[in-house]
Design a protein around this ligand. Structure first.
Ligand code: TYD
Length: 212
């Protein structure tokens, strides 16, 4: 898992509760980075590989009843494959990788939301990632009410989206706690604001990151 820093691309992850608007912001960010001359690969979790996408279907299927620990293990199994088959090879080639969710989502959903002790996730994180971390994590913060409003307007709820508001309150709190713990890597973007304002914040964070 050793990576040569000289030619290595950057790994950017997007996080937020369901309905935070990540998909819209992701395409906008992709275009921004391409305009900056970066070669960009967009991916997502759970998913990003054939095995990961198959696990995603199971994990999001609202007909499945899954133990919280099984859920966490499957998230990390998909992640291990994702790192090996897509993320690390792309970064080694010098590509920039944007992932719609990564390990922070496991801490937010499986620990915050489902209540698994974070020490169990720390073990999985250490096992699967070693010291590897995203270079930059953009956390799009919205209120639970706004998130719910947006998801129910878009599509039928999946296995996570059908959870009650209380679940998403815990997920959001867990994300906010991680932003406090990792202020260097994680940046909070207030996604309650109108789209143009969110894009302006996103632009400023990303450009200052690229220039640093
Ligand atoms: P999401 O990223 O919101 O995709 P879509 O916009 O298509 O609904 O869906 C993925 C879901 O998986 C989301 O509800 C959060 C959940 N998830 C976890 O619970 N743990 C994880 O580690 C990851 C990566 C995702």
């Amino acid at each position: 898992m050793t990576i040569l820093t000289a030619s290595r691309g950057k790994f950017i992850t997007l996080e937020g509760i369901d309905g935070a608007g990540k998909s819209t912001h992701l395409s906008w960010l992709e275009n921004l980075l391409r305009r900056q001359g970066k070669r960009v690969i967009v991916t997502r979790e759970p998913g990003g590989t054939p095995l990961g996408e198959t696990l995603r279907q199971l994990l999001l299927d609202r007909g499945q009843v899954i133990h919280p620990e099984t859920e966490a293990l499957l998230m990390f199994a998909a992640r291990r494959e994702h790192l090996d088959k897509l993320i690390l090879p792309a970064l080694d080639r010098g590509d920039w990788v944007i992932s719609d969710r990564f390990t922070d989502a496991s801490f937010a959903y499986q620990s915050g939301g489902r209540g698994l002790p974070s020490r169990k996730l720390n073990v999985l994180e250490h096992w699967v990632l070693g010291k590897f971390q995203p270079d930059l994590t953009l956390y799009f913060d919205v209120t639970v009410e706004l998130g719910k409003q947006r998801t129910s307007a878009i599509k039928a709820a999946d296995r996570f989206e059908k959870e009650p508001e209380e679940f998403f309150r815990r997920v959001r709190d867990a994300y906010l706690e991680r932003v406090r713990i990792f202020p260097g890597r994680m940046r909070l973007i207030d996604a309650n604001k109108p789209l143009e304002e969110v894009q302006k914040s996103l632009h400023d964070v990303v450009i200052s990151y690229c220039d640093a």
